[in-house]
Design a protein around this ligand. Structure first.
Ligand code: FPP
Length: 260
């Protein structure tokens, strides 16, 4: 059933089924979206939550394995108290209203970041939603909440140091894989695509280790306007890329001809 839906979507949107496995999105531009409409910033965040709903559903239907959304950074705590409060309320509403939709779409919810920084009631709501969707086998939706890439790397280093101290790990045997696995994203597939909305060209302390070989797509579209057609355009852009991982592609043949 799921494959039939996927195939018809691939056909409908002219996609080749070389989709990324793990898409990460820096959802930016909610404030500017609201400002352009002379609305309070929270109206932009509310509209942004509707974009989340649409993109999550589509990513699941297309068979993408993981979608990580930068929903709240550690730096975001510096925003005006009222905005932080309203963002937390919105997150609570989202969790309450969306669990049913996540279950219907076979989406498993997870979080990265310091959940303990969040208000207790949000923590409880998150735990309940994570538990309720734990058995889902489709898309893994990861909300980055009170997240900082540097803090996550620091925690990974601490975890590894503890293992060394306990003589469970020989420092000579530490590899890139050891670090990848010690991060909060350790169990997820490699992030192969980063999308950032609103045109800013920054990483903003997001997935610093994980993005090493990711393709990047930056669009001027503001997050609340980022809907199905924009996601499809971004996926088509990914399918057109030649991923080289620092090596070379498709020129081996011509090189040997030239060397002869
Ligand atoms: C950036 O826009 C966006 C955020 C700080 C958070 C993203 C939050 C949402 C999409 C709201 C709903 C989230 C959930 C999980 C329900 P900005 O305010 O920095 O925009 P600006 O740069 O135009 O001011």
């Amino acid at each position: 059933m799921q494959t039939v839906k996927k195939d018809s979507l691939l056909k409908k949107y002219h996609l080749k089924d070389h989709l990324p496995k793990h898409v990460a999105i820096i959802m930016d531009g909610n404030g500017r979206w609201a400002q352009k409409r002379h609305l309070p910033r929270i109206a932009g965040h509310r509209a942004g939550a509707l974009s989340i709903r649409e993109i999550v559903r589509l990513a699941g239907e297309l068979g993408i394995e993981a979608l990580t959304l930068y929903a709240f950074s550690t730096e975001n705590w510096k925003r005006p108290r009222q905005e932080v409060k309203l963002l937390m309320q919105l997150l609570k509403q989202y969790l309450r209203s969306e669990v049913k939709e996540l279950l219907q779409n076979n989406v498993r919810l997870q979080t990265i970041g310091n959940r303990k920084d969040l208000p207790k009631e949000i923590q409880k709501e998150l735990e309940a939603s994570i538990r309720a969707t734990a058995h889902c086998t489709g898309l893994t939706l990861v909300l980055a909440l009170s997240y900082s890439g540097r803090a996550d790397l620091t925690n990974a280093v601490k975890r590894i140091a503890e293992q060394v101290k306990a003589k469970k790990l020989d420092p000579k045997k530490i590899t890139e894989e050891t670090i990848t696995k010690a991060l909060s994203t350790g169990e997820l597939p490699e992030v192969d695509y980063l999308i950032r909305t609103s045109g800013e060209m920054r990483l903003s302390n997001f997935l610093l280790w994980e993005l090493a070989y990711s393709e990047i797509h930056i669009t001027k579209t503001l997050w609340p306007d980022f809907r199905t057609q924009h996601f499809i355009e971004a996926l088509r852009d990914f399918e057109g890329r030649q991923r080289r991982f620092g090596g070379v592609t498709n020129i081996i043949g011509s090189f040997t001809q030239w060397a002869r």
